[in-house]
Design a binder for this molecule. Structure first.
Ligand code: SAH
Length: 215
């Protein structure tokens, strides 16, 4: 495992900024967390390109600029308890862990959760709890959450997740059919209900029901 050179990191941060990631705290977190630790084999060499890459279980680690834009839209503060649905490689959860008080991250594939946990341990990211479950039900025993980030596409924001969002909370979720371009939306909950904003078009793997079949 080779560490990125300062030049590689500078180009990475430049690419993020040019694609609209301007929040200083988000950029700092992305500078700090080595994306190369979250991808395996030949793909590790491409960790600093602004591209999604394949990970185990037929899933993908999201494109860094999309991670940046989603994290920025979530407006995480250091006191927040955050839920991420779709652990995947664990990269997004690691970024969130630098910005939030506590992160719960859920994936339906036990293998992905196991591998992500071992990277969190190696990086001493002790404020992340990774759970194997169908995240479309949320994590009721830890609700409500100040922030919820869904990194798989649903046709609509899942009801249980809306219910587990604290009043004053924000959820960011890609919505739309899985085989087409989806829309990233931001949902704000206030006393009177939910307010929806479109952020940009995105493409994510689908939010599926039940657990994955791997061991
Ligand atoms: N955030 C990840 C990328 C997510 S890819 C990263 O930083 O690498 C989307 C992930 O959502 C996949 O790992 C997939 O297994 C997971 N997923 C899909 N449906 C799910 C569900 N119902 N509950 C939990 N995870 C789900």
């Amino acid at each position: 495992m080779t560490l990125p050179t300062p030049e590689t990191k500078m180009q990475f941060l430049f690419a993020l900024r040019s694609k609209g990631v301007t929040d200083r705290r988000v950029l700092n977190a992305m500078e700090e967390i080595d994306r190369g630790l979250f991808v395996r084999g030949i793909f590790a060499e491409r960790a600093y390109e602004d591209m999604p890459l394949p990970i185990a279980c037929g899933q993908t680690i999201s494109q860094p600029s999309v991670v940046g834009i989603m994290t920025q839209a979530l407006q995480v503060s250091p006191r927040d308890k955050v839920l991420e649905v779709g652990t995947g490689s664990g990269y997004q959860a690691a970024i969130l862990s630098k910005l939030a008080r506590r992160v719960y991250t859920v994936d339906r594939h036990p293998r992905l959760v196991r591998e992500a946990r071992s990277v969190f341990e190696a990086l001493s990211l002790s404020n992340i709890t990774a759970i194997t479950a169908d995240g479309s039900h949320g994590v009721p025993e830890q609700a409500p959450f100040d922030r919820i980030l869904v990194t798989a596409a649903a046709e609509d924001p899942p009801g249980p997740l809306l219910a587990q969002l604290r009043i004053g909370g924000i959820m960011v979720v890609p919505v739309g059919q899985s085989d087409t371009v989806q829309t990233l939306i931001r949902v704000r909950r206030d006393e009177d209900g939910f307010d929806y904003n479109e952020i940009r078009p995105v493409r994510f793997v689908p939010l599926l029901e039940g657990l994955g079949q791997d061991v």
